[in-house]
Design a protein around this ligand. Structure first.
Ligand SMILES: C[S@@+](CC[C@H](N)C(=O)[O-])C[C@H]1O[C@@H](n2cnc3c(N)ncnc32)[C@H](O)[C@@H]1O
Length: 314
């Protein structure tokens, strides 16, 4: 089963939807705001362009999708106000897999644009928002047409479940009981996916274009340490219980693995350097406490996110 044909966040706006369950990802976006502002400011102030083409990759649907675009608009409007410039025209592409709930996004766009027009008046230049369904592990845009690429909380999704992990029985991800080949296979898949992602974006970005990527990462160099596997361990435990109660077929559990990998800083840095298309301007990590369960020890619910801002080299 191809991941890109089946993966999507829960659509709609009811209590199980991503719209209603994306507060954690919203906190990540807010925490990374200063990096986004800095990158957009640098980008704009280098050439004072008349138009900017921007893509948000793995945008999903809901308040977070347009929050990122709002932050970009605010930064540009405030710069233009200070400099006495006319705001540039913005072309914004919202990308996600084809199963994403683009309808919910599209319905909210007129209201979003109207609000910015009312709040900012002349400071708000023309802004055109379009959906771009497809995998970010493929080419999505014309060569050398993007000025800025953003992605938050999406690049830990792999293009596929790694090959060669059939022995990871009873687990659904890297676990303490996984055979040694499992973390290696996950890392190899991430290395190949992320390097390919960088090479694709380097074709699409203009010379001097920028990217800000926020990735769910891990602090420990050993990927099987509990810190970043815990929630999957709990899910696997529940599934094993269901197998023992005859509710889930054991063969199905044994063959199921999640197409996700949370890299550590060293892994990400090495891939960027080896791939060679981008200069790494800033790389920061931060912790976020999901705060969803007061009984949890802080270490159990902390994640590291890796912020990267990259400039196109050639
Ligand atoms: C956890 S959501 C984050 C969404 C949003 N950026 C936010 O911060 O709320 C991750 C998104 O990445 C998307 N995604 C995963 N793999 C993708 C791929 N290969 N191409 C495009 N989008 C992908 C998922 O469909 C999902 O909507």
């Amino acid at each position: 089963m191809e991941v890109q044909n089946v993966l999507h966040m829960t659509p709609g706006e009811d209590r199980n939807s991503y719209v209603v369950n994306s507060e954690y990802q919203k906190m990540v976006i807010i925490k990374a705001k200063s990096f986004l502002e800095e990158a957009i400011t640098d980008l704009y102030c280098k050439t004072f362009p008349k138009s900017l083409s921007i893509a948000d990759l793995g945008c999903s649907s809901g308040p977070n999708t347009l929050l990122v675009i709002s932050e970009i608009i605010e930064t540009i409007s405030s710069l233009c106000r200070k400099l006495g410039h006319q705001s540039p025209e913005l072309q914004v592409f919202l990308n996600d897999l084809p199963g994403n709930d683009f309808n919910t996004i599209f319905k909210s766009i007129p209201c979003f644009l109207e609000k910015h027009r009312t709040d900012k008046g002349n400071e708000f230049g023309p802004c055109f928002i379009a959906g771009m369904p497809g995998s970010f592990y493929e080419r999505l845009f014309l060569a050398e047409t993007l000025d800025f690429v953003h992605s938050s909380y999406s690049l830990h999704y792999l293009s596929q479940v790694p090959h060669g992990i059939e022995s990871n029985k009873g687990n659904i991800h890297i676990a303490v009981t996984s055979p040694p080949c499992v973390p290696i296979a996950y890392l190899t898949q991430f290395q190949s996916d992320f390097a390919f992602f960088l090479s694709l974006r380097s074709e699409e970005l203009v010379y001097g274009g920028r990217m800000v990527l926020t990735i769910l990462g891990r602090r420990n160099t050993d990927p099987s340490i509990k810190e970043n596997c815990d929630s999957w361990e709990l899910l696997a435990l529940s599934l094993r219980d269901m197998v023992s109660q005859g509710l889930v077929d054991e063969a199905k559990l044994d063959s199921f693995n999640l197409p996700m990998y949370s890299p550590c800083v060293e892994e990400v840095k090495a891939i960027i350097q080896e791939q060679g298309s981008f200069h790494l301007n800033v790389m920061e990590t931060f912790d976020l406490d999901s705060g969803t369960n007061d009984d949890y020890e802080k270490e159990d619910v902390e994640f590291d996110e890796i912020i990267k801002t990259l400039s196109q080299l050639s």
